[in-house]
Design a protein around this ligand. Structure first.
Ligand code: BG6
Length: 490
């Protein structure tokens, strides 16, 4: 595979939560796998700890990799990686230390390495940092990775895009959504477009509804400040789940190159109907208002379920149900395509509605490493024509060696180094999603409380999806599914 050109990678927010959990461990994994450029340097930068020394940053990185990484920070691979790390305080008003650190990193590489800036900082700081990159000349010969959320509504997303475009043209902007870097999300493209089996039925004639379901058992994890201003809709739906919807619903692109792939995804977002507040259920877990950095009367939702409609020839009339929330009963990432049921009269079956509902589905579990299952009804052995739910399952972990697998962030950072924007989000796509979200943002439905460890506000969330049911297959088993959550509707 092509290796990226030599690079100096500058990590803004290098002592933050994302860098600790994902970015530093991910960069080390890429280095160890031989996927980083021959010559690379990583300059960490942080506003909260401006006086960090190079050594202290190396120690910080080592702790992060030891705690959250897939490989031990030791041996020659770690030594080489550690030597590539340095620190330069990031202050948009006084860029001197950062400039010095970047120059020194470039000198040590020689030649004219490219620059990659990763803005793992709060959105409120984007504009000043982008301005600083432009004013100092650091933006030359560079690309920028921008973290979500890309704005909080249409106007702020447009303003943000405008600000970034004053310094970087669109071809150098990488708006990152780590769900799009997940192997099993990428595999949806292979599943749909490399096989003759499914594409003929991938439309409104055969699919009755689609669920994209990402419940989390995780709570705030110390991110109260971030979450208060964000909430479940902006944290998960506008970014991750609608991006996944884009991949599930898109038309076949002419190639998997960045432009055609992004164009097809954007067309799906263009076909999104404005989100009706009446098709949305918002919840907040009991105890949220007592969390650190959370207002005692916080209106922020920690749960959201909604019905979206993609109004085009392929999908008109097929509801897409999206659900995500904190402190729920399970941690899952599952797409379910419900197939239209044939009449079962000839079987004179006594299947209960619940069992009947377990056949006729395609289930894609995209929690790494992920699996795909076709659920159907089969004849139970015996003299009578007795139907029972059955399943054919493909499991990544059983079918392929996982050694070359990359996590979402790793894959996307590598793509950004290579300059491949295929899995990154385009400005027009983002703005279109915010535009469709405007009715909901302007007129949010009331918050329902829910108990932690449950499936969110009952019965509202189950009523939303009627006549269907929320469906989650059993965790990690080939076993026939149980309905999620123990309630008749899951
Ligand atoms: C992040 C959200 O983008 O994605 C978190 O801010 C969420 O709230 C996380 O928990 C989920 O991603 P993953 O890949 O860790 O399941």
């Amino acid at each position: 595979m092509t290796r990226p050109d030599n690079h100096v990678i500058v990590l803004f927010g290098a002592t933050g939560d994302l860098a600790k959990r994902k970015l530093l461990p991910g960069l080390f994994h890429l280095a160890r796998a031989g996927l980083l450029p021959d010559g690379y340097r990583i300059v960490g930068s942080s506003r909260s700890r401006p006086s960090l020394s190079d050594d202290a940053f190396r120690k910080h990185a080592q702790d992060a990799v030891a705690t959250f990484g897939r490989c031990e920070p030791s041996g020659p691979a770690w030594q080489t990686f550690e030597e590539s790390l340095s620190f330069g305080a990031a202050d948009a008003q006084d860029p001197g230390p950062l400039l010095a650190a970047v120059r020194s990193a470039e000198d040590s590489l020689g030649g004219r390495p490219r620059r990659l800036f990763h803005l793992a900082i709060p959105p409120s700081a984007f504009a000043s940092f982008i301005g600083m990159l432009g004013d100092t000349g650091l933006a030359e010969n560079s690309k920028v990775i921008v973290e979500k959320p890309f704005g909080t509504d249409l106007a702020s997303a447009q303003a943000l895009n405008e600000t970034i475009h004053t310094v970087f043209d669109e071809s150098r902007i990488f708006r990152i959504d780590h769900f799009l870097g997940k192997e099993s999300v990428d595999n949806i493209l292979a599943l749909r477009f490399a096989n003759g089996l499914l594409e003929p039925i991938w439309n409104r004639d055969h699919i009755s509804h689609v669920q994209i379901d990402v419940p989390e058992t995780l709570g705030l994890e110390g991110r109260g400040h971030f979450y208060e201003g964000t909430g479940a809709f902006r944290d998960m739906i506008v970014t991750h789940l609608i991006q996944v919807l884009g991949i599930v619903a898109m038309e076949p692109p002419v190639s998997l190159a960045a432009q055609p792939l992004r164009d097809e995804k954007t067309k799906v977002f263009e076909a999104l109907r404005p989100i009706e507040p009446g098709h949305v259920v918002r919840g907040q877990y009991e105890g949220y208002r007592g969390e650190p950095d959370v207002a005692p009367d916080s209106p922020t939702e920690t749960f959201i379920a909604l019905r979206l409609e993609v109004d085009n020839w392929r999908w008109a009339g097929v509801p897409f149900y999206l659900r995500s929330g904190k402190n729920l009963a399970q941690q899952r990432e599952v797409i379910t395509l419900g197939l239209r049921e044939p009449p079962l009269r000839m079987f004179r079956t006594d299947l209960r509605r619940q069992e009947e509902d377990q056949g006729n589905k395609l289930v894609i579990d995209f929690g790494d490493p992920g699996w795909i299952a076709a659920r159907f009804l089969a004849k139970e052995p015996g003299p009578a024509m007795q139907l029972t739910p059955a399943s054919m399952t493909f499991r990544y972990a059983r079918s392929f060696c996982q050694d070359n697998g990359l996590e979402g962030y790793e894959r996307l950072i590598l793509d950004a180094l290579l300059g491949d924007q295929a899995l990154f989000t385009a400005a027009d796509g983002i703005e279109r999603i915010w535009q469709a979200s405007t009715p909901l943002l302007e007129n949010p439905p009331p918050l329902h409380p829910y108990a932690p460890g449950t499936w969110g506000p009952d019965p509202a969330v189950n009523e939303l999806i009627e006549p269907h049911q929320w469906y989650l297959p059993a965790v990690g088993e080939d076993a026939i599914d149980r309905p999620a959550g123990g309630s008749p509707h899951g």
